[in-house]
Design a protein around this ligand. Structure first.
Ligand SMILES: *Cc1c(COP(=O)(O)O)cnc(C)c1O
Length: 445
């Protein structure tokens, strides 16, 4: 009898979803989520706009603390936020390389330059640690919500938090953000890393005072091990990338900030000015949280697309089969081997999946080899360095043209007024040596 995957043979799956053939053959694909409802028809989600506003408030309460312990945030008054940058030279270069036009304007959201840890994980990761720390301090009567949160930098607080342990499983960037924030607050931190995590990330974490444990297997195994070890500790708290609501909420706050930036730059998003956003995707937490936030604020006028490596199409498989986090790329014989840090994920987040299924407009996949030339081009044309995974959204506007999305959505006449936003997810902490290697690799064809 043929082997079954979640109750069906491969042939049956491929018959139901013809795109699976190309996905299993590791070909770049574009999947449009035709099942997505219009915003008005979405009955209710496990989170609301109010939850997102409350999350933003928490970040605000901690601004004095950030200013105190991370001097690089003085300029932004303790706000962890990144620039929104138009990239017209990159647009021209891409158009030339691809011999096609991008209708509308091209922007990059520079989370590669987020203060302190230089990746999108600062949003979700910091939020979850701060939320936990605040909860502990409130419950212990050490603070009230109206206090000045510089208090969190005091030695007594550190001593209090040193009785607790925070654990996290990570390919690198999440560990860096959780580890940095938890260590600064005084927690014990254990970071469980997969073998493919970069050495410099492990070293940096150790320097910050985190304990780093390495595993031979992939990301899911690092998470499983971390979860087990942390939950065995009565004073342990595990940041669970495969199901965390708090990471998701932290990411969603980006939408509120972005709306503000659009206003400042006079970039309209409305019926006549559609917004297209291209988000590199691992477990789906960061792109899911941001998509959730943007859909709350811009409704049907924003169109969010997730991007995964051809070797790690975890969220794509979850959505296509509607199995969500029950499916892994390995179930379909895909190896989850990619050089895109943060995207080397075999199984989607259970929490994010429900949102993505309803809110995302689609997913496309990209080959590793495409990331490096994009990295070199962005450096040459705009002077912006990002890590390989952070380039995945750049071909988005062209890839969208492979589909009938804009026709089907009645957007054809509006594309000249469209805004394309590529979410750059990391980069500023990458050491010079690695930068050079990535760049050189991008110059070779
Ligand atoms: C983690 C990460 C992502 C994806 O975020 P998920 O929440 O895992 O989907 C994208 N880019 C970089 C650089 C990351 O570190």
């Amino acid at each position: 009898m043929a082997m079954k995957i979640h109750g069906k043979t491969v042939e049956e799956w491929q018959k139901d979803f013809p795109l699976l053939r190309d996905i299993m053959d590791l070909k770049p694909v574009f999947w449009v989520n035709h099942m997505r409802p219009r915003m008005a028809d979405i009955p209710s989600l496990p989170l609301s706009l109010d939850d997102m506003l409350a999350a933003a408030k928490l970040f605000e309460r901690f601004q004095p603390f950030f200013k105190k312990v991370f001097p690089e945030t003085k300029e932004t008054n303790g706000m962890i936020e990144s620039p929104l940058t138009e990239i017209p030279n990159m647009k021209t270069r891409l158009e030339k390389e691809r011999n096609a036009a991008i209708n509308g304007r091209l922007y990059i959201k520079q989370d590669n330059a987020l203060p302190v840890t230089g990746s999108i994980k600062a949003r979700g990761g910091f939020f979850e640690v701060l939320h936990y720390a605040e909860q502990l301090a409130l419950n212990a009567g050490l603070i009230t919500r109206n206090d000045h949160y510089e208090k969190f930098a005091e030695p007594d607080m550190k001593k209090f938090f040193s009785r607790f342990t925070i654990g996290v499983g990570s390919t690198g960037n999440l560990g860096l953000s959780i580890g940095t924030m938890a260590a600064v607050l005084g927690f014990n931190v254990n970071v469980y890393m997969s073998r493919d995590a970069k050495e410099w990330k492990k070293e940096l974490l150790r320097k910050k005072g985190a304990n780093v444990f390495e595993f031979d297997g992939d990301f899911s195994e690092a998470i499983d091990e971390g979860r087990k070890k942390t939950e065995a500790d009565p004073k342990g708290y595990f940041v669970d990338d495969e199901k965390s609501k708090y990471l998701f909420l932290g990411y969603s706050v980006a939408a509120l900030r972005l709306k503000e930036q659009f206003k400042q730059e006079n970039i309209p998003v409305d019926e006549d000015h559609p917004l297209f956003v291209y988000l590199p995707c691992g477990v789906g937490g960061s792109p899911g949280g941001i998509t959730f936030g943007l859909k709350q604020l811009f409704g049907d006028h924003v169109h969010c697309f997730l991007v995964e490596p051809t070797h790690s199409p975890a969220v794509l498989l979850g959505m296509l089969t509607e199995l969500g986090s029950k499916v892994s790329v390995q179930d379909f014989g895909i190896d989850n081997r990619t050089e895109a840090d943060g995207l080397a994920v075999g199984r989607p987040s259970a929490f994010a999946s429900g949102f993505i299924q309803k809110l995302a407009s689609g997913v496309y996949t990209i080959e590793d080899e495409e990331l490096f030339p994009l990295l070199a081009m962005l450096k040459d044309e705009e002077g912006i360095f990002v890590e390989p995974s952070a380039t995945a959204g750049l071909p988005g506007p062209f890839r969208l043209q492979e589909t009938r999305y804009t026709e089907d959505d009645g957007l054809m006449g509006k594309m000249d007024q469209a805004t394309h936003l590529v979410w750059s997810t990391g980069g500023s902490l990458v050491p010079d040596e690695d930068r050079k290697t990535f760049y050189q690799r991008g110059l070779k064809k």
